[in-house]
Design a protein around this ligand. Sequence first.
Ligand SMILES: Cc1cc2nc3c(=O)[nH]c(=O)nc-3n(C[C@H](O)[C@H](O)[C@H](O)COP(=O)(O)OP(=O)(O)OC[C@H]3O[C@@H](n4cnc5c(N)ncnc54)[C@H](O)[C@@H]3O)c2cc1C
Length: 385
Amino acid sequence: MGTSYFMTEELNMFRTSVDDFVKANILPNFNQWEKDGKVDRKLFKQAAELGLLGINIDPKYGGMGLSDMFSLVMMEQSNRHNVAGAVLSLCCHSYLPMQYLHKFASEEIKQKYLVPSVNGDIVGCLGMTEPFAGSDLAALRTTAIKDGDHYIVNGSKTFITNGVYADYMVTAVKTDPENARAGVSLLVIDAKSAGYTASKLDKLGVRSSDTAEIAMLNVKVPVTNLIGKEGQGFLYMMKSLEIERFSIAWACIGGCMGVMDLTLKYIQEREAFGKPISKIQVIRHKLVELQTEIEMCRAFMYLSTQRFANGENTVKEATMLKLKAAELLKTVSDECLQFFGGYGFMEEFPIARVYRDQRVNPIYGGTSEIMKEILSKMIVDGVKY
Ligand SMILES: Cc1cc2nc3c(=O)[nH]c(=O)nc-3n(C[C@H](O)[C@H](O)[C@H](O)COP(=O)(O)OP(=O)(O)OC[C@H]3O[C@@H](n4cnc5c(N)ncnc54)[C@H](O)[C@@H]3O)c2cc1C
């Protein structure tokens, strides 16, 4: 990879350790996990041993306290191996619930949930989406009504990554059901609580990541499990969207690079009309077009991640990247699959799996349409976030 404007020697060394981690712990087991519909739980512990679950977390909570350029490298390089389900399992633990705990939770919550999360002893999930509230999160219906020193929570969440595995869920609830945004608060709910059940969902791709529907019936949650202040949940969500969007983009660009690796190798090996298909001009031209787009998007990703890591407001850039990187991986996996001919349609060829796995990127973490809505507000209407 070499050093460059963004890739310091330290980041390069880190990239090598991520590579070694994936080769040793994910690749040998990945096909089995895809069949099982979940990764082995020990993967979290193995990642934690290398510090990979707490890259940007303060060392006083066990993290590495590194810049998010390291997070970028972690996500990009691991997903370059075309193991999206495993990468999603890890990142929906460390870049979703843990970030809320790190930024907004009390010291007591941090000690109870964040520290063991960094250590890989417990797994977290983020429960925002509900059966009737996805893009329109303010429409969420789960209620948390105060009763003495507890909240009584009723409602359900759906499509929750790590939902079955999770020991706890950071979730958005209405503490004031009469209010839309101003009524939203965030709670940490222990998955062992009475009345809390998780049911596994079957899905098209990223099959090794567990996805669940969570039902909560009169779940008693201590008031000390409130994250930050009551009524501020929506604000905390808005403040956390940048890293969520970046993390999806980091994985998508790694995915694009992974698809190009597979394709460049295959077209050298496959022959048609007495020569490798890599000599066919239409294929060569399409591949260089795709590579050009990937490299341009990647440069923008490095630049804006560096600015994000410096503490600048990068809501616009994170939104553009989430939109573009997700759509680019969709195009790259579709166009490249074509060059595999019938083999591209066969399960034993990783490109077939990537084609299914990538489809979720323009949907989760905010759909492409929602990214365009946000960008329209910022660019056309001059709204600032
Ligand atoms: C595999 C997977 C994992 C997920 N993991 C999690 C997780 O860990 N935690 C979590 O909370 N959620 C998770 N999600 C949920 C995900 O974030 C939502 O599915 C997503 O935000 C879209 O919400 P929805 O499914 O309700 O779609 P809807 O909001 O019902 O949207 C349906 C369609 O309408 C379009 N639409 C809606 N509003 C507008 C508008 N104003 N303008 C234009 N078009 C619009 C959408 O773009 C979409 O095409 C996951 C989803 C999947 C598939």
